[in-house]
Design a protein around this ligand. Structure first.
Ligand SMILES: [Zn+2]
Length: 57
């Protein structure tokens, strides 16, 4: 449900695929970091403004 917005050295910013939808402009996003051996995901406080059917997140 997310697509890469921007990649950094150790983190990747993801935005909802519906963000590019001009009607929805879904603000949901998250950041993944791969510092060392452990990957972590940080979800933003913004929620999807649409039904996420069949989505794992
Ligand atoms: Zn969304």
């Amino acid at each position: 449900m997310y697509t890469v917005e921007r990649r950094y050295l150790k983190t990747t910013n993801w935005v909802c695929t519906k963000y590019s939808n001009t009607r929805l402009r879904c603000p949901a996003r998250c950041v993944t970091s791969c510092a060392g051996s452990s990957n972590s995901i940080k979800l933003s406080r913004r929620h999807h403004n649409h039904q996420a059917k069949g989505s794992k997140l």
